[in-house]
Every structure is written in C-alpha cells, then in structure tokens.
Design a protein around this ligand. Structure first.
Ligand code: HEM
Length: 209
C-alpha cells in the first residue's frame, strides 16, 4: 500500500532552517575555539585564526537574520498552553515512549525549546554587537564589553545545550528528520505524536491507533 504523507514544511522553510543550522555549527565550532585554548585549532574551520575572528560575527548576523525569519514563521504555533505545561510535567512518560495530552503542531518540549532559542539568539546578537571590534565596541565602556562577553558565552552554552537536545529529539523520534529534509511526515507519525495537528490537517476526527 502506498505510504500516506502530510506536508509539514515547505521547501522555503527547510532552506531557511538549514541555513540557520549550518551557521550555528560554524559559529559553535569557531566560538568554542575562541573560548578555550585547547580548542584553538578549531579556528581552522574558517581557514586561519585571523579569518575565523573576522568571519565569526558576520556569520552570526546571517544566523540571526535567518532565525528572525523562522521566528515570524513559527511564533504563533509556539504559545504555551495548560496542555503544554502538563506535557512538560510528564516528560518522564514521554521519555519512556508514551504520549501526553492532545498535542497540536508542536509539543510542550518543542515550544519551550523555541523560546529558549529566541532568548539565546537575542542575547547573542546584542552582546555580540557590543563586543564587536573594530566596528561597534569602541562606543561602549570596557566593563560593559566584558559583561557582554560573559553574556555572549552564557547564551552560547545554553543554545549549544539546547540544540544538542533538539537534534537528539529529532533523531530519536523516528520520522521527524524526514519532516525537515523532505518536508513530509507519515499519517502514522502525525497521529501518534501530534494528534490535534493531524485532525486539523486531515479533517479526520476519528483517531486510529
Ligand atoms: C544542527 C542540526 C539540526 C537538526 C538535525 C534539526 C532538526 C530539526 C527537525 C527534524 C525539525 C522538525 C521538528 C518537527 O517538525 O517536529 C526542526 C525544527 C526546527 N528547528 Fe531544527 N535542527 C537543527 C538545528 C537547528 C538550529 C541550530 C536551530 C536554531 C537555533 C533550529 C531551529 C528549529 C526551529 C525554530 C524549528 C521549528 C519547530 C519549532 O518551532 O520548534 N534547528 N529541526
């Protein structure tokens, strides 16, 4: 029997997502290289240490702008409801393979992750601009630049930890990567993980198991 599929992401959405993801990986690698001497060799990701220092902030701006586009695409799907709080409190059941509540397009975990990404992105941009030599840093006092660098590193650590969870969840829930690669999911995937979204998409009100 032919597999029944539902469109979850358009090509434009997927390109947008992978631009953010590629920028993120380059930034995380070069950022770790600046942060800790043992990782200095990772500056090679942009050719030389000097180039890495010059290019890192520009790639950061590209990531921020691409993420801003994602923000406007998804923020209205990510408002947290009572059901989502219930999901978050039952995360152990979810980890054991169960489903909690009548989940819509995104579950409580995905929504929490979305807002963590937003806070980190805003923090990284703001602190990054303050610390950006030779263009902007000269307009700010040195103690503020130091605080900005502390905030920059804190947001980066939080975002890297968050993205590790994001990627793990995407790989762990079978059929999810396909949503961001081919743009589609199976009916079974949608029915199991996002039953309310499944009904909205198909008009099918009799959930099958
Ligand atoms: C680096 C490897 C990454 C992989 C393998 C990955 C994978 C995925 C997958 C499979 C989805 C679809 C989930 C679903 O529809 O249920 C998704 C959604 C999403 N991803 Fe990623 N991702 C990665 C990196 C990132 C990064 C770095 C960001 C931004 C900081 C990001 C932001 C998002 C957003 C905003 C969504 C939309 C869903 C939502 O609002 O939660 N992703 N990702």
């Amino acid at each position: 029997m032919k597999e029944q599929l539902i469109q979850r992401y358009s090509a434009a959405e997927r390109i947008n997502h992978w631009i953010v993801a590629v920028c993120f990986i380059l930034l995380a690698i070069s950022g770790l290289a600046f942060f800790y001497p043992a990782f200095f060799w990772l500056t090679g990701v942009f050719g030389t240490p000097q180039l890495a220092r010059i290019v890192h902030p520009f790639v950061g701006v590209v990531m921020f702008l691409a993420f801003l586009r994602q923000f406007f695409r998804y923020y209205h799907h990510n408002f947290i409801t009572d059901d989502d709080i219930k999901w978050m409190k039952s995360v152990r059941t979810v980890m054991a393979g169960g489903e909690v509540g009548d989940t819509g397009r995104y579950n409580g975990g995905q929504k929490g992750m979305f807002w963590l990404m937003c806070v980190c992105m805003a923090g990284l941009l703001l602190s990054g601009v303050i610390a950006w030599r030779p263009y902007f840093a000269e307009f700010f006092p040195i103690p503020l630049i130091r605080l900005a660098l502390l905030a920059h590193a804190s947001c980066a650590v939080a975002l890297i930890a968050g993205i590790i969870v994001h990627v793990y969840a995407a790989l762990w829930v079978r059929g999810t990567i396909r949503a961001m690669v081919e743009g589609v999911v199976t009916h079974a995937w949608a029915r199991k993980h996002h039953p309310r979204w499944y009904r909205e998409m198909t008009g099918n009100s009799t959930p099958k198991h």
